[in-house]
Ligand binder design. Structure first.
Ligand SMILES: Cc1ncc(COP(=O)(O)OP(=O)(O)O)c(N)n1
Ligand SMILES: Cc1nc(C(=O)O)sc1CCOP(=O)(O)O
Ligand SMILES: [Mg+2]
Length: 222
């Protein structure tokens, strides 16, 4: 069932905007600390090979340090998102189907779904996702991807066509994060541009400022 404005956790969805940093690897808590300190609006805990208990503990620690300043989503695991008290989950092809995750999490938590075409994005929303990940926008060094980069024009078409937030992902850096915002993305999701930076907090601050500048430019000339 589609998630309507009335039934979705409107507060959380309304807050889904700006820089979205994906943390993982050796020290996801430190990465999240830097990202949130720099002004990231959302953090996704992506610990692909970690035991469930470690994901749970890291998510709880990140929620504590976020203290409401940033949304905290868990990658892949709706069960752990619920147990940790996170703001939502991000699902892909290998994870729980969207309707099952929505049933588990209820109407108030965020459910995002990876999509690679407008048709997939529409289907994800019809199944109960309240936002979509769309990409890769550019080539990424963080993950081997099954499809070629979609580019900014396709992103703009998807963002224009959908009645829900689009989280753009894949190879987004400081030079193009403003263009991603101007294309209509609600968020720019990144790993390397923040986590791989020499000073992740400063990098997050620059990325967030550049995203907001792009969004303001779009508002002035949509
Ligand atoms: C915001 C966002 N979009 C897409 C993805 C990719 O998710 P998925 O396809 O499940 O791949 P993994 O990240 O799990 O390897 C994402 N994580 N976040
Ligand atoms: C985890 C992930 N998923 C993607 C997808 O398109 O599904 S791209 C990606 C990696 C994003 O990292 P970076 O900003 O370093 O490119
Ligand atoms: Mg996944």
């Amino acid at each position: 069932m589609p998630v309507s404005e009335a039934s979705v956790g409107a507060g959380r969805r309304a807050r889904l905007g700006g820089l979205y940093v994906i943390v993982g690897g050796a020290d996801p808590v430190a990465q999240a600390h830097a990202a949130i300190g720099g002004g990231a609006r959302a953090v996704q805990v992506r610990m692909k090979d970690a035991p469930a208990g470690a994901v749970l503990e890291a998510t709880r620690r990140i929620l504590a340090l976020a203290a409401g300043r940033a949304l905290v989503l868990v990658n892949d695991r709706a069960d752990l998102a619920l147990l940790a008290g996170a703001d939502g989950v991000h699902l892909g092809d290998d994870d729980l189907p969207v309707p099952e995750a929505r049933r588990l999490l209820g109407p108030d938590l965020l459910v995002g779904r990876t999509t690679r075409t407008l048709e997939e994005a529409r289907a994800a929303l019809a199944e109960g996702a309240d936002h979509v990940g769309y990409g890769p926008i550019f080539a990424s060094r963080s993950k081997a991807l099954p499809v070629p980069p979609r580019g900014l024009q396709a992103l703009a078409e998807v963002a224009r066509a959908l009645p829900a937030p689009v989280v753009a992902i894949g190879g987004i850096g400081l030079d193009d994060v403003g263009a991603v915002a101007r294309a209509g993305a609600a968020c720019a999701a990144v790993i390397e541009a923040v986590v791989g930076a020499a000073d992740p907090e400063a990098a997050a601050a620059r990325m967030q400022a550049a995203f907001e500048a792009g969004r303001a430019a779009r508002g002035a000339n949509p």
